[in-house]
Design a protein around this ligand. Structure first.
Ligand code: ATP
Length: 307
């Protein structure tokens, strides 16, 4: 059994009349790479800020390394490295000068912490290049280096791949995997796009309008997305009517080219075929296939799928 390092119970945060977080239950085990997935405004940033004490929850409790009391939690927070909002780096400083400034400001012992953090994010050889001349990917990686400088056991990163090109996103993913595998850093990371964290996360936490709507392990997500049936028919409108009437428990989507994708029913392909045929629908093909992960997520967070 994995050691639980962060436990959140019934956490809520209200800004005037906005329920930014409602009844959040969450536990993070040592070694997890937990991905919080949600659209803009889902509450990801607020959740992370509650954990790092940048905002105070309206209700609920937080347990960090078994500590529940304010003093204990404050002590344990020192083991958290966070990148929640863009760090205010000095544009005319180099990577090393920026980190050295923050090392002194935060009282982090040992000058070598700077080099180590730069090495971890592959920015050791940027020499005299100033921050203002960095690519967005380099800026993000420097933010990550700042979060790593205090040797955190838990790293909290709010949308670190936002705005990066595919290469930059891949670099961040590789870095995170490496930190997790080699340095045993537990990672809590958010994105509004599931596919960006798909190959890294060991767990997925889906958030919508301040609530956690589903939590899945990587295996469970994979399993769920293997359960689709794709039909090609001669009349998708007619087929939709048959499906709604006879298989109301199977959600489906109509795709271009008279195709229909069902999220489920992989063990009922014969019945589906028969029902459609009896309903006057010509079935050209029927196949069990994998559901697109992004589609799964859209459906979960109130996309345009039929229920
Ligand atoms: P994004 O990806 O856009 O950052 P998010 O999932 O991180 O979205 P939050 O920033 O946590 O979402 O916002 C959750 C809700 O709380 C939103 O409705 C937002 O408008 C509201 N909110 C956040 N901060 C404040 C604040 N300081 N005052 C008032 N409302 C706020």
């Amino acid at each position: 059994m994995m050691h639980c390092i962060l436990e959140i119970e019934a956490l809520g945060k209200t800004y005037k009349d906005v329920h930014a977080l409602q009844d959040i239950q969450l536990s993070i085990a040592a070694g997890d790479i937990a991905a919080v997935i949600g659209k803009n405004g889902a509450g990801k940033t607020t959740l992370f800020k509650c954990i790092t004490e940048q905002v105070f929850p309206t209700s609920g409790t937080l347990t960090l390394y078994g500590k529940k009391d304010a003093a204990g939690i404050r002590q344990q927070r020192r083991t958290i490295g966070a990148m929640i909002e863009e760090p205010a780096f000095f544009p005319d400083f180099t990577a090393r000068q920026n980190l050295e400034y923050f090392r002194q400001q935060r009282g982090i012992a040992g000058k070598e912490a700077v080099d180590q953090a730069l090495r971890d994010v592959k920015l050791l050889d940027t020499g005299r290049k100033k921050f203002k001349d960095f690519s967005l990917g380099m800026k993000q990686r420097l933010g990550l280096a700042l979060a790593l400088m205090s040797h955190p056991a838990l790293l909290i990163l709010d949308e670190p791949t936002n705005g990066l090109d595919p290469e930059g996103k891949a670099e961040i993913r590789e870095l995170l995997k490496n930190l997790n595998a080699v340095k045993k850093v537990t990672i809590l990371i958010s994105s509004h796009v599931l596919s960006e964290l798909q190959s890294v996360a060991t767990r997925y936490i889906f958030m919508d309008r301040g609530r956690i709507v589903e939590q899945l392990t990587a295996e469970e997500l994979l399993d769920k997305t293997r359960r689709a049936v794709e039909l090609t028919v001669d009349d998708s409108g007619k087929a939709a009517t048959v499906l709604e009437q006879q298989f109301p428990d199977i959600p489906f989507r109509i795709l271009p080219g008279n195709r229909i994708r069902l999220s489920g029913g992989t063990d009922r392909t014969e019945q589906l075929n028969r029902a459609l045929y009896s309903g006057g629908v010509g079935v050209r093909s029927i196949a069990v296939t994998g559901e697109d992960l992004e589609e799964y997520y859209l459906g979960l967070l109130g996309g345009e799928r039929h229920a």
